[in-house]
Design a protein around this ligand. Structure first.
Ligand code: APR
Length: 321
């Protein structure tokens, strides 16, 4: 069986970690693209020269020519500028929409049969724009956000309860911004509701609720917390790890259930719109969306997130995209 081909569009901070992870996990040959001359070539040469040590045979190469991504099975897009302290993801809209349009045209022309995973922010708008410009089937275009948001939520829970993060399961719905909806009711440790464990730990319902509320707030603002510390850019290890897990589920047809920015056809009462929801990722990309039953508060929070997403798309359209 021929090796899969993974094209990475954008060779910055996230792109570098993506290349290293894709190679070391032997997901396929990696071709890294950027508009900056020599940057993808330099990064991939560095990574490839560690192949003897890391033990991979996959080819890892760099290019400034879209033609070299021909035949790619998966493209992962990080092209665009990241946030600086004080910026929201939405502040990146104008600059990154221009970049995303050119990226979508390059991929459409050179890798028309690929499946696209987008990481560039503002995520929900960039996914929408990529699909519009590329004309790719909606199940072949998705965004990485919820996987990272739920991984962050899981980490905070595991630290709080002092249990293995491998046993913590969480789901975060909605857009990749301050309106995201971490689902407290569905958070569990090997099937045991997290709230039950918190109430047992503190023997005080009020205190347990406060602790959970703080973890939910931290999850919503987790990206900003990293930006504030890094000062020159945004998170890159964790977004890369998340997108690689999504790519792996598609390449190996694992059918993992992953919070994914997916196109909705009536699910959650939403039609013709991208939103972060649990989705089954397999060889056909987003194979299906899983609908969770939501209580009134959860539904209201999701509606608020949908509204924010709609406003962002409208703002993008008003800018001419
Ligand atoms: N085509 C291809 N690559 C481009 C283009 C373009 N038109 N314009 C810019 N780039 C490249 C830059 O040259 C840079 O190498 O995109 C890369 C972005 O890398 P970083 O600035 O290091 O940003 P990174 O931290 O990787 O984040 C990328 O992902 O999470 C989001 O908000 C984040 O939008 C940001 C994106």
């Amino acid at each position: 069986m021929a090796r899969k081909k993974i094209a990475l569009i954008g060779s910055g901070q996230i792109g570098g970690v993506l290349a290293q992870l894709a190679a070391s996990k032997q997901l396929g040959d990696v071709i890294m693209f950027d508009i900056v001359e020599d940057l993808p070539q330099g990064k991939t040469l560095d990574i490839a020269e560690a192949s003897r040590i890391s033990g991979f045979d996959a080819k890892v190469t760099g290019t400034n020519d879209y033609k070299d991504i021909a035949g790619a099975d998966i493209v992962i897009i990080t092209a665009g500028i990241p946030r600086k302290p004080g910026m929201s993801r939405d502040d990146l809209l104008m600059t990154n929409a221009k970049i995303m349009k050119s990226v979508a045209e390059g991929i459409k022309a050179n890798a028309p049969n690929s499946t696209a995973i987008i990481i560039s922010n503002p995520l929900d708008a960039m996914v929408t724009l990529f699909q519009k410009v590329s004309g790719f089937q909606t199940n072949r275009v998705m965004g990485q956000a919820g996987m990272l948001d739920s991984s962050r939520f899981s980490s905070f829970i595991s630290w709080e309860l002092d249990v293995s993060v491998k046993d913590v399961n969480t789901m975060v719905l909605g857009g990749h911004g301050d309106t995201m909806v971490p689902l407290v009711r569905y958070a569990n440790v090997s099937g045991v509701p997290v709230m039950e464990l918190l109430e047992r730990k503190y023997n005080d319902k009020e205190k347990a609720k406060k602790v959970m509320d703080a973890m939910v707030e931290r999850t919503k603002k987790a990206g900003g917390e990293v930006v504030k510390l890094l000062k020159t850019g945004s998170a890159f290890y964790s977004p890369a790890a998340s997108a690689i897990a999504m790519a792996q589920s598609i390449i190996y047809d694992e059918k993992r259930v992953i919070a994914t920015c997916s196109y909705l056809n009536g699910e959650y009462g939403v039609n013709g719109f991208y939103l972060g929801v649990p989705a089954v990722l397999g060889e056909n990309g987003v194979e299906r969306v899983i609908e969770l039953s939501l209580d009134e508060n959860e539904k209201a929070a999701l509606d608020n997130s949908i509204e924010a997403g709609k406003n962002l798309i409208e703002a993008m359209e008003n800018l001419g995209f």
